[in-house]
Write a protein that binds this ligand. Sequence first.
Ligand code: HEC
Ligand code: HEC
Length: 394
Amino acid sequence: MQTYGAAQVMSVTAVTLCGKVACMRFPSLRFLAGAALAALALTPMLAAQQTAAEKTAGQVFKNIQVFKGLPASELRPTMSFIASSLGVRCNFCHAQPFSADIKPQKKIARRMIEMVFAINKSTFNGRPEVNCFTCHQGRPEPDGALSIAADVPPPAAGAMAAGPARGGARGGRGGRGGFDRTNLPTAAQVLAKYEQALGGASALAAIRSETMTVSQPMMRGAAMALNVVKQGGRFAITQGRGRAGYNGSAFWSWRGRGAAGPAEGEMATELSLYQGMYPAAGLDPAKARVFARVPFQGGKAYLMAERTAHGFVRYYFNASSGLLRRIITGTPTYLGMLPLQVDFSNYQSVGGGVKLPLTLKFSNHERSWTQTVSAVKLNAPVAAGALAEPSGGN
Ligand code: HEC
Ligand code: HEC
């Protein structure tokens, strides 16, 4: 684990040396290259993973002063959260050696972190309500003055009448922005209709294994191919020489050499979306609630949310077809969630009376990427070792 921490720091150091767009932020996640940067949400499993045994940031990294007792795995997503909140790159605060306090911006940032922790503690009972984005909104220096009316674009037609449209789980108080809370179905009803739309509970229960070929466009017209195998509560994704998956209790990743290690942060969030034989397969109606009927892609959707250890995961089900259209989840950081949204479309029959979405569009705080499923096989034999976590000696 100590070595793992050192490797993390090295990969982070490499980041600052690479060019602008073409550079992966975290080379350690090059497996699932495009995908690895995602953000997201906390399945209870994932939360359970971050328990007592986990090292703290103070144990793993060199120069930690304010994040000392916090879980080491959340440090990197926290840094992404900070960088995106200010609209800057890592080298805005970091120089060589990476952990040193060379730049004044890093020292200011440390004071800002202390300020944010203090505000949340004194004013919000410790809930993480205020964070860097609250003030910075994507700029290094927040605006402290009111805007001049002439510079503000006029509201879109109809927006005034409908009241401010506030999206997300907090929106919709008193029907604002088209949120409708009358006669809502229960979570169990929405999930039953969803299962029916996918082919019915018995057809879904008959899926014992699933293999998928997925392609993801990369820069310069190239595409990355992913092979996904699922069986018995486990799954493995292979891409080139790299692999990642879930072993029944934890997410892991392997870069093609040595032993597999834990997949953490944004990568674990992204991997959590592959769990189950179909999206949201494990969602427990007893832990979820339908919050509203909301306007969605020209129709209506039921917005359902599940409370996890780190906040809400949101699900949008098309109100007429019953199909799941969107999941918004996130990676917890010390300051707030790094969001990850997945839009599901192009539902097609894949055999066995089952329909699955063949187009998945991922979007996080930085970028979007699309995965297209080109082949699905249900209940094909799974090769021995196809789900195994490489244990080294390679
Ligand atoms: C706005 C300033 C700022 C930005 C931008 C920023 N960091 Fe940091 N970073 C900090 C501060 C402050 C600390 C020290 C936290 C503490 O004292 O607990 C830190 C600590 C770290 C550490 C631990 C270093 C050590 O060994 O002590 C790593 C690794 C790190 N940041 C990575 C990143 C990466 C990767 C990015 C870009 C995604 C990034 N940071 C962007 C301010 C920043
Ligand atoms: C309550 C509002 C507020 C919050 C919350 C806030 N900041 Fe700031 N921040 C400011 C203001 C205002 C300035 C500009 C101060 C100045 O110009 O002297 C600033 C300046 C900075 C700067 C210096 C920028 C530069 O161009 O040199 C850094 C770095 C920074 N903030 C980091 C953070 C980080 C990291 C967080 C979250 C942990 C955060 N801030 C949260 C208000 C805030």
